[in-house]
Write a protein of this length. Structure first.
Lengths: 150, 269
């Protein structure tokens, strides 16, 4: 679905929200690009530690348990026909829905961003800034963390 | 990030001096014939005004920042990327990693543009007419779990085994089930990524398969492509988007600055 082909820049940056959510941006600009070798030291708000290593997904027991729970939830939430439904839905589908979903994605990114931007500066030191969270993730008891480093 | 040098920013405060300790934040390097920077704001608070510092055939995109203020709020990241991406839509640009600051505009020339003039020019020529595009796909959890359970009998029976039973009593089964799912997603990711790359071949110059940054990542690829190929990239991805409807959320970002295709020579200090 989501053919969200979103020509980001093309001179129309002003009016539209950028297609890049904060998470995309962080994936990109913190560990890629040229490095200045003669630079003035400016402190970065607690972010740098999280950059390269932390963003790599490492499968761990924690991850496994989470996946298993997701499978379990899937089962509880859906009857057996429900599951078939899900499978059936993986094929076909309408453009409208795709569009809706694209917008959903964009909205979510926007909300997240707003939420982050509104936080006072000190709050930016929370590592959570760089962690992408799935909106649909149920508030399970796992330690507040869909922290990807597991 | 990078090497640190002795800080010039932390000169002891002199009471008579200006309160602000200004420095030049560097976003990237462009050909000097760019007349003016894009109309996006720089980072910092208040937002710095972006300008061009020229030297020979190249110019640096810079804005003043207060070197005593920490950087790294979400708005700073976005400002950095927006400026570079807006620039990349017009001219070739060498993007700098977030956080590059030099003492002042003179230092931008003396320490950055002048010593690297020729190599920057060469890189910019290579990038002429090209930009980066990022393709990101995220599996829809329910759909991918359903696929894996349908394809793997062991997973399905483990799922039955843990059904309705507390985690403490089914830990081993859960770990095994999670392991199968994790491996299943990884295999699907490799397969789907390869499929997409094969299908797009001819429409890009170079591609980098990025590390997944989320466990549901289906595709995470950066491509350097001619901007004239953008339409065809979009068409092909639209096709994949339709094929993967309900299974993978697919997004194309770009044109972007070629973050994944510029490298810094790490030898001399």
């Amino acid at each position: 679905m989501t053919t969200s082909v979103q020509p980001a820049a093309s001179g129309q940056m002003a009016g539209r929200p950028s297609s890049s959510g904060l998470a995309d941006v962080i994936d990109t600009i913190l560990d890629k690009g040229l490095v200045i070798d003669a630079y003035v030291r400016v402190s970065l708000v607690g972010i740098e530690i999280l950059t390269v290593d932390a963003r790599v997904v490492v499968a761990s027991v924690d991850t496994y348990l989470r996946f298993a729970e997701a499978a379990n939830r899937l089962d509880l939430a859906e009857s057996e026909e429900g599951l078939t439904d899900v499978l059936a839905k993986t094929k076909g589908g309408g453009a409208d829905k795709a569009k809706e979903l694209v917008e959903g994605v964009v909205d979510t990114a926007g909300d997240k961003l707003r939420e982050l931007t509104d936080k006072p500066r000190a709050a930016a030191e929370e590592p959570e800034v760089t962690v992408e969270r799935e909106p649909r993730q149920a508030p399970r008891k796992r330690p507040r963390a869909l922290r990807e480093e597991g | 990030m990078g090497r640190s040098k002795v800080s010039e920013a932390s000169v002891p405060k002199q009471p008579t001096r200006k309160v602000q300790n200004l420095a030049s934040y560097v976003y990237g390097v462009v050909p000097a014939d760019l007349k003016s920077p894009p109309e996006t704001e720089g980072l910092g608070d208040p937002a710095g005004k972006v300008r061009l510092v020229r030297h020979g055939e190249i110019a640096a995109l810079v804005s003043d920042i207060n070197a005593d203020e920490p950087l790294g709020r979400p708005g700073d990241f976005l400002a950095h990327e927006r400026l570079l991406d807006a620039t990349a839509a017009k001219v070739p640009v060498l993007p700098f990693r977030f956080g590059g600051v030099v003492a002042n505009a003179d230092a931008v020339v003396a320490e950055l543009l002048e010593p690297h003039h020729d190599e920057f020019i060469a890189a910019l020529r290579e990038l002429e007419g090209k930009a980066e595009f990022i393709i990101r796909g995220r599996y829809v959890e329910r759909a991918v779990l359903a696929e894996i359970l349908a394809e793997n009998a062991e997973a399905e029976s483990l799922r039955q085994a843990i059904r309705g039973r507390p985690e403490e009593l089914t830990r081993d089964e859960r770990i095994r089930l999670g392991e199968i799912i994790s491996a299943g997603i990884e295999a699907k990711r490799d397969f789907d990524t390869q499929q997409l790359l094969d299908r797009l071949s001819g429409h890009y110059e170079m591609a980098v398969v990025r590390e997944p940054t989320h466990e549901h990542d289906a595709v995470h690829v950066a491509m350097l492509a001619r901007t004239s190929e953008q339409g065809r990239l979009e068409d092909t991805l639209t096709m994949f988007g339709e094929r993967w409807e309900g299974r993978v959320d697919l997004r194309l970002l770009g044109p972007l600055a070629p973050y994944d295709f510029v490298v810094t020579d790490q030898q001399e200090v």
